[in-house]
Design a protein around this ligand. Sequence first.
Ligand code: MG
Length: 158
Amino acid sequence: MTRIGLGYDSHRFDPSRPLILGGVRVSDTAGLAGHSDADVVLHAITDALLGAAGMDDIGELFPDTDPTLKNADSAMLLTEVLRRIGEKGFRPANCDVTILAERPKLSPHKPAMRQNIARLLGLPADGVAVKAKTNEGMGAIGRAEGMAAMAVVLLQSR
Ligand code: MG
């Protein structure tokens, strides 16, 4: 059996924090605001995994009112979700991500993000795609108030 899931996330910029995307430290400054490490890419992937498995979303599982999740490593949250999905008999088959960000330039970081996401999901590198685009100056993303990410994940039964 195969199951598909869609995830979306967005965070405002917070230049006082490092920028972590796909578990990769992309910048020491152009970071994102959030209770956890604000990794918008891993949050979108985590919600896609949860959606495919028909489970509650990331905000229900890891509420931003939980003090133990302050500055939490989103890779740990994703790993915990993978464990729970594994208990239901599912594993990821592939993952496709699109990041929407006016800045910083993300193309130099795409290979590292792809490799790290593949490692976290237990997939070969070609089982993960990471695309990055600007919003052509339109709307909040276009004004660089923050960034967003979308992810699709396919799960298959073990
Ligand atoms: Mg988030």
